[in-house]
Structures are given as structure tokens and as C-alpha cells.
Design a protein around this ligand. Structure first.
Ligand code: DGL
Length: 251
């Protein structure tokens, strides 16, 4: 459990995808202050090597911890692959999205067969498949890193996006599942393009188990947004969240 939130809860992703998790947090805990960090200078994470991802996420987490974060939420599955290792070296509570999402999947699936759409790195790590296997669940995984730049470019409603989805999901018709996990926080932003591929299956978005137990004086429910990339570009690409304005920060 986290302690005081007169300071802020840091929410980290490679880009705008983690805003889908921040929305849930702002909704569930509107009294907390949030700092959202989009690491656009290193986006996408999902096509980088495990070492590159680990090193970068450690750097971002250290930065946030050293700059007043009272809790950190990895609003990114690809970063969450390393949650356990990073948590050990982190001086503040660190939350991820993979384990809580797996618990939600376990409560949802009846047939114990699920489809996972995630970045290439998340699929290759096997973290979802291993966790879900502990609940007796079989996972059919679909690496979909190509979706991430489309979302970042704000190009979801384009013919190119349709082609990219069709290619990535060309074999999904052969898979047997009653539940789909959108195992990348960018993917809810193209949910309307994906659902036609899922038949009657239930579609789950990632969740985190962050929960403040005390909200300190000075917590007013404010949110600030930073990007390591170009703040103007990030503002345009985050058009899904019109009220969000990014400031640039170097890490
Ligand atoms: N939004 C991220 C995730 O949940 C990462 C996307 C990427 O940078 O590849 O995995």
C-alpha cells in the first residue's frame, strides 16, 4: 500500500498509451496528484532488446523517484516485464500492469483459453503466458508492435492502420479463446478497429492495482504531463485526450 499523496503518483509509459491507465486512476482516485511521463524519446519500447528496455525503464524510474514521486505506476506492459527486478531497487511503491491484468483475466475466462495482443518484447518475454499458466489458462499470443507507431502518429482511422491490423491478426481466426487481453496500453486507442476480429470474446484492457491508503493535505487532484520527446508532436498525437498538454523534459 502506498502512503501519502500530497506529493504525486508518477505514471510512466513509452508514449501516449499509458494515458489509458491514467484515466482509470483519475477516475478511481480523483483526489490524488498525478505526473504522467511519456518517454517518447525512446518510443517504441516493444521493438528494443530486453537490456535496452530494462536500462531505460530503470533510468526513468530513478528519475521519478529522485524527483518526488511517492508511488510509480508502470502504465506499460513492456516496462512491466521487469517490474519485479525494478521494484527491488526502488525506494517507493512500484505498481505494474501485468500481474493485476492476469488476475482479471483469470476471473473472466470460462474456457481458460485467451488471446493476447501485445508488443513483440512482451510476447517474447512470455511473462503473460507463464503467469496465466499458473491459473491453468492457455494463451495464444499475437505480437503487434506495429500498432504502436500508428497510435503515436494519431493515424488510427486510416487505411494503412487497417492493413497493419489485418497482417498482425491474420491467424487469429484459427485460435480458440473466449477472452482477449489488450496487453499493451496503446491498444485500447484502436479498440474499435480490433473488435471485429474477436467474435463474441470478452475484451479486457490492462489494469493496475495502485490504491492510495492516505491522501495527504495538499493533494488536489492535479495532473501534469511530461514527454522526453517533442512536446508539440506529443500534444498532436495525444488527440485522443484533448485536454492534455505536454511539457518537454530531458532524462
Ligand atoms: N504501451 C506500451 C505497452 O503497454 C509500450 C508500447 C511500446 O513502446 O512498444 O506495452
Amino acid at each position: 500500500m502506498s502512503k501519502l499523496f500530497g506529493g504525486y503518483v508518477a505514471v510512466l509509459d513509452s508514449g501516449v498509451g499509458g494515458l489509458t491507465v491514467l484515466r482509470q486512476l483519475q477516475n478511481d482516485f480523483p483526489q490524488c496528484n498525478y505526473l504522467y511521463l511519456a518517454d517518447n524519446a525512446y518510443c517504441p519500447y516493444g521493438t528494443k532488446t530486453p537490456k535496452q528496455i530494462y536500462d531505460r525503464v530503470c533510468k526513468a524510474v530513478n528519475f521519478l523517484e529522485g524527483n518526488g514521486a511517492e508511488a510509480i505506476v508502470l502504465a506499460c506492459n513492456t516496462a512491466s516485464i521487469f517490474a519485479e527486478e525494478i521494484r527491488c531497487g526502488c525506494g517507493v511503491p512500484l505498481y505494474d500492469v501485468i500481474l493485476p491484468t492476469c488476475r482479471l483475466v483469470a476471473k473472466t475466462t470460462v474456457t481458460k483459453k485467451v488471446a493476447l495482443l501485445a508488443t513483440n518484447a512482451t510476447v517474447q518475454s512470455n511473462v503473460y503466458a507463464k503467469q496465466l499458466a499458473l491459473y491453468g489458462i492457455q494463451t495464444a499470443s499475437f505480437p503487434c508492435s506495429d500498432f504502436v507507431p500508428v497510435v503515436e502518429a494519431g493515424a488510427v482511422d486510416t487505411f494503412d492502420c487497417d492493413k497493419i491490423i489485418k497482417t498482425a491478426l491474420k491467424d487469429i481466426g484459427n485460435a480458440d479463446f473466449d477472452t482477449v487481453v489488450l496487453g499493451c496500453t496503446h491498444f485500447p486507442l484502436l479498440r474499435h478497429k480490433l473488435t471485429p476480429y474477436f467474435g463474441q470474446a470478452k475484451v479486457l484492457e490492462c489494469v493496475t492495482d495502485f490504491c492510495p491508503d492516505i491522501v495527504a493535505d495538499g493533494a488536489v487532484g492535479a495532473s501534469v504531463y511530461f514527454t522526453t520527446g517533442d512536446s508539440k508532436t506529443t500534444k498532436i498525437t495525444s488527440k485522443y485526450f484533448s485536454e492534455v498538454t505536454f511539457e518537454h523534459i530531458d532524462i
